[in-house]
Design a protein around this ligand. Structure first.
Ligand SMILES: [Zn+2]
Length: 298
């Protein structure tokens, strides 16, 4: 049984991180809109395409708009409850800016595209998109959304031929219908797909037992990396979540962690007898390989 690769996604990479992980993801452009030009030569960079919380504070007219009229802004849209603000996918200034940023990234770098999708099935009904739909002739909202994302992808390919991966909503069955992402129609050659499976505690994990196998089954033709949020949850919860992911054998596990909490995962195994007993009792050779690997970090 091949071991599962382990990656770290961090805003604050430290030289020693690469001793412990198979790859380090650093942000080149975050969902808030912050750009880190110093990161663009790293082997893996995350790149938010349509998230722009900071930019939309100054230019709310660039936001995606729901069919019911609300803008896709964080804190101002209780119906959708977004974690960041979303730009309209047809906004031209934003697109020009993003494509220029992409051109700066070396071809060997894997650009992990984030938020290259519609916010959800209620978007986008801004005047620009309404005009675009009318101009293209009669089509339903779903087909139109897929076409808009296809064109984004083509523009990205035009300005930079290089390695790409794609971060997607952890929704195994509705990427096409809700978000406009139809991977089959894009003829994409991707290094991997990447799904965040986030919780602030991982106290309950039954929902992961449903979601994780469904994602792996649906996207079996791709390499699939699953990401855990590691900055906040208790260490026992993180160990539980690590096992749930391992059980279903993704190609890789990513820890989102800018606080080097991954070292607490290792320390707890040595110090916390109760946790050690629970973790070592799990009879799964691939998981135990992972346990051994993490324990060696102390
Ligand atoms: Zn729009």
């Amino acid at each position: 049984m091949p071991p599962i690769s382990l990656y770290l996604s961090t805003r604050t990479p430290q030289p020693e991180d690469s001793k412990y992980f198979d790859g380090i993801f650093v942000p080149y452009r975050e969902t808030v809109g912050r750009v880190y030009p110093e990161h663009r030569n790293h082997p893996y960079v995350t790149f938010s395409v349509l998230g722009d919380t900071i930019g939309l504070q100054q230019h709310p007219e660039r936001a995606a708009v729901a069919v019911t009229g609300e803008k896709a802004l964080i804190h101002e849209n209780p119906y959708d409850g977004f974690a960041w603000s979303w730009v309209c996918p047809l906004e031209p200034t934003h697109r020009t800016h993003l494509l220029a940023l992409l051109q700066e990234v070396p071809q060997d770098t894997v650009v992990i595209l984030e938020d290259l999708q519609f916010p959800n099935e209620r978007y986008c009904a801004c005047p620009r998109c309404t005009h675009d739909r009318a101009h293209r002739g009669p089509t339903d909202l779903q087909t139109w959304r897929i076409r808009v994302i296809q064109e984004w992808w083509q523009d990205i390919q035009r300005v930079r031929k290089g390695k790409y991966a794609w971060t997607l909503h952890p929704d195994p069955y509705a990427l096409e219908t809700r978000f406009g992402v139809d991977l089959e129609s894009l003829e994409v050659d991707l290094e991997f797909l990447h799904f965040p499976i986030y919780c602030t505690s991982y106290g309950l994990t039954y929902w992961m037992e449903i979601l994780v196998p469904a994602i792996l089954q649906r996207f079996a033709q791709y390499r699939v990396l699953l990401e855990l949020y590691a900055e906040e949850p208790p260490i026992a919860g993180l160990w539980k979540a690590l096992f749930v992911l391992t059980k279903y054998r993704p190609d890789g596990i990513v820890l989102y962690d800018s606080r080097q909490r991954y070292q607490d995962l290792a320390r707890a195994l040595v110090k916390d007898r109760d946790l050690q007993k629970k973790v070592l009792a799990i009879a799964d050779p691939v998981f135990q390989d992972l346990v051994e690997r993490i324990r060696s970090w102390v």
